[in-house]
Design a protein around this ligand. Structure first.
Ligand code: NAG
Ligand code: NAG
Ligand code: NAG
Ligand code: NAG
Ligand code: NAG
Ligand code: NAG
Ligand code: NAG
Ligand code: NAG
Ligand code: NAG
Length: 676
């Protein structure tokens, strides 16, 4: 491991490291901390042992950590929360133990958290802040007894084989996206909540091997997608619901070992459940059994294969390092890695597909609209519904049959082409769904009557009611922390455009006039670089009719960095609290910020929007200014990546959270940009 990681440390641009099933053994070496560009680390199925080393703190770009099927020991370190961009953390099947750190609640980007098959114990920390969490697997540990506090956007929840006892009943009814729930083999002693059977998305439900009691009724309803239900070995009475008794081959239902009266599988007499349930309610302690200990016995299984695998690995290491010597300019390698191995992108794209299906944004599934629907929604394109106009079409506001407000873009098509020519664009369009994007709901084609080529394309988007970011900043004068939150949301929107689908959308030409705010004042990017629009040159501003001269970028362009420049301009406006409408404004403000960064904190504040002078912590201000100046660098290579921007803004927000960022504390030193 030492030799291997020393070789990798010579590749400062390394982003993806996947060393799976190679028979690697020993602890993770300290040099792992030198791989500072790493975004994805997958070391599954080796024989790595020891604790998770603190040097990993250096890997601040990490988004995915997979250490499954190893022999790591010790606790999950509290500093795990400093990986603010972390989306996947998977530590299945190790020998980790202790309490789960409460700092988990700060991993706001986490989507997948898998900690099953370890020796964790105690209560699960409050995870209700993890609004992006979709998969939580804590099976085969000793966690409990209180059911965890979670966000209701969860899709998969596995708590089987733990020591949970209570608290499940109140919470789960609102989990409208939950597809899989497995709480089997715990110690639950509470009434079974029949509404679990009818959760809208539920497909897999297992409560087997607990002490759930209560009466089921024949006429209870079930979710439409329910495929697997296991109610066995509880204290349920009454009748098995008819919707579980269809004898449907595609549905598997187990209910053995209860006291149900109308089933075929073996049941206890009614008195059994009644008495037990009573006993449970009156003195729960009496029923407590000694569960078999869930300690995992680690077997050494590594044999002759080791040396061979070891040789292979060293071979790989050698090739890598030779590369590094030949090409000391790491930029090349870095970019190659991005193109050839975009595994984090795949992961995201996959999840986004899934999310699109589920509609977690509260949006209906993407679909084809009928021309009649479009006409009805816009009152046959009545001028009173016209909200924007550009060089190749109009934007109308509309109301669909279900009272949903939408914005409809009409694109007049110049080239005569059949509908097939648009399949790719439409596919891409259907993926444009994100919480910080004005998301696409569907489309409609209108045809030329002579030759059935497409004459007009209508694109249906969600309607975003609360005006533009420019109006928000200059009108409502939001407080400092809200400004940072808004900036973070803009950056997240850009990050999604660039990495949320393949290929990403770059050069989105964003401005404060096409960043919109929804009803709860969260950001939604509008007018981004739509695939269909790329063919026609200019852009429509969906809601803005601002005629002001817009800022143009320096001519040197690098795709992914031109969005960062745009972001810099937006950030200028957010901080300064006034419109930035010309290139000259930008360079003046940028110079001012550069001076401000070096000045003392009183001078620094003078540059800000006077509305926030009182409340903003100096460290936060300084960090945001640095982000801004960096983003506006003339040379695209000097601009930070959007991930860097996000990381630094998160830092600025944290300083904010601490309240008095001015007081010296460990957190108050400014983070550094990697300059590549
Ligand atoms: C790793 O980084 C440390 C300091 O950050 C440095 O002293 C050390 O030489 C580096 N190791 C390698 C193998 O590059
Ligand atoms: C890590 O590697 C394993 C084995 O190849 C694979 O199944 C898993 O999907 C990988 N995880 C990620 C996040 O890529
Ligand atoms: C790690 O495993 C090796 C053998 O594979 C053993 O010699 C060493 O003591 C183990 N270290 C720890 C910390 O368990
Ligand atoms: C757990 O990991 C070990 C290797 O450490 C592996 O042999 C075993 O198959 C894994 N167990 C499961 C259930 O995946
Ligand atoms: C959740 O987030 C809010 C606001 O960011 C914060 O006040 C609260 O303390 C957090 N809760 C936990 C459990 O971290
Ligand atoms: C879960 O229940 C607790 C109280 O039992 C409540 O504080 C919490 O808000 C609930 N969470 C959800 C997501 O409903
Ligand atoms: C289900 O049946 C019970 C009696 O068996 C009745 O009280 C209840 O109203 C019924 N519920 C529905 C939704 O029909
Ligand atoms: C069987 O179940 C599936 C899914 O739960 C459902 O789509 C199908 O209509 C059912 N068939 C019958 C005959 O009930
Ligand atoms: C989980 O733990 C139980 C014992 O508590 C064991 O029988 C089972 O094989 C474990 N499952 C996995 C996947 O390790």
């Amino acid at each position: 491991m030492e030799a291997l990681f020393t070789a990798f440390a010579a590749l400062p641009g390394l982003k993806v490291l996947s060393l799976v099933s190679l028979g690697l053994w020993g602890p993770l070496p300290q040099t792992i901390g030198n791989l500072s560009s790493l975004e994805m680390l997958n070391l599954s199925s080796n024989n790595l042992n020891g604790t998770i080393p603190v040097e990993m703190l250096g890997l601040r770009n990490l988004q995915t950590i997979v250490l499954d099927h190893n022999k790591f020991t010790g606790e999950v370190p509290f500093w795990i929360s400093s990986f603010s961009g972390l989306t996947v953390l998977s530590l299945k099947n190790n020998s980790l133990n202790g309490l789960l750190p409460s700092s988990f609640s700060r991993l706001g980007n986490l989507r997948i958290l898998q900690l099953s098959m370890n020796n964790f114990n105690g209560e699960v920390p409050d995870l209700s802040n993890l609004t992006n969490l979709q998969v939580l697997d804590l099976g085969n540990n000793s966690l409990g007894p209180k059911f965890p506090t979670l966000h209701n956007k969860l899709v998969t929840l596995v708590l089987k084989r733990n020591k949970f006892r209570f608290g499940m009943t109140h919470n789960l009814s609102s989990f409208y996206q939950l597809q899989k729930l497995d709480v089997s083999s715990n110690e639950f002693v509470e009434p079974f909540l029949p509404s679990l059977l009818s959760l809208p998305s539920i497909g897999y439900l297992s409560i087997a091997g607990n002490k759930f009691h209560g009466m089921l009724l024949k006429n209870m309803s079930c979710g439409a997608d329910i495929k697997y239900v296991d109610l066995s070995f509880n204290y349920l009475t009454g009748d098995l619901p008819a919707c579980l008794k269809l004898g449907n081959k595609s549905q598997i239902v187990h209910y053995r070992g209860n006291c149900l009266s109308n089933g075929r599988q073996r049941q206890h007499p009614y008195a059994f459940c009644h008495n037990e349930a009573l006993a449970v309610r009156i003195s729960p302690q009496r029923r407590k059994e000694n569960e078999p200990s869930s300690k995992i016995v680690v077997a050494m299984s590594i044999v002759g294969a080791t040396s061979l695998a070891g040789l292979m690995v060293l071979g790989v290491g050698f090739v890598f390092s030779k590369h590094a010597f030949k090409k000391p300019r790491t930029r090349v390698i870095l970019e190659k890695a991005k193109v050839l191995y975009p595994s984090k992108l795949f992961l995201d794209a996959r999840e986004i597909c899934q999310m699109a299906k589920l509609g977690p944004l509260g949006l209906p599934a993407y679909r084809n609209f009928l021309l009649d629907e479009i006409k009805e929604a816009t009152a046959n394109f009545d001028v009173s519904n016209l909200i924007g106009e550009g060089s190749y079409g109009q934007v109308y506001k509309g109301i669909l049959g279900n009272d949903n407000m939408v914005a409809i873009r009409c694109l007049k098509v110049r080239k005569r082409r059949g509908i097939q020519a648009y399949t790719h664009d439409v596919e891409l369009l259907s993926k444009l769904r994100h919480i910080h994007l004005v998301s696409a709901l569907g489309h409609c084609f209108e045809y030329n009557s002579e030759d059935s080529t497409v004459s007009t394309i209508y694109l249906v988007f969600e309607f975003v009611p609360n005006g533009t970011l420019r109006d928000f900043i200059s009108g409502q004068k939001p407080i400092w922390s809200k400004r940072i939150a808004v900036a973070v949301e803009v950056a997240k929107g850009i990050q999604f455009l660039q990495t949320g689908m393949m290929p990403g959308l770059y050069s989105n030409n964003l401005k404060t006039t096409n960043v919109l705010l929804d009803h709860s004042l969260h950001v939604k990017l509008n007018s981004y670089n739509l695939p269909l629009l790329a063919e026609n040159k200019n852009k429509v501003n969906m809601l803005s009719s601002s005629g002001s001269k817009e800022v143009s970028k320096p001519i040197v362009k690098q795709d992914d960095k031109s969005d960062v420049y745009d972001f810099g301009v937006i950030l200028l406006e957010i901080i300064a609290g006034r419109e930035i409408t010309s290139d000259n404004d930008v360079s003046v403000m940028k110079d001012l910020f550069e001076v401000g960064i070096k000045a003392d904190k009183i001078a620094r504040k003078q540059i800000l929007d006077p509305a926030v002078h009182k409340e903003c912590p100096d460290n936060s201000v300084k960090t945001v200014m640095e982000v801004c100046v960096k983003s506006l660098s003339e040379d695209p290579n000097d601009r930070p990546s959007i991930e860097d921007v996000l990381w630094n803004l998160h830092f600025a927000a944290q300083v904010q959270d601490l309240g008095q960022g001015d007081s010296p504390s460990r957190k108050s030193s400014s983070p550094v940009f990697t300059s590549q």
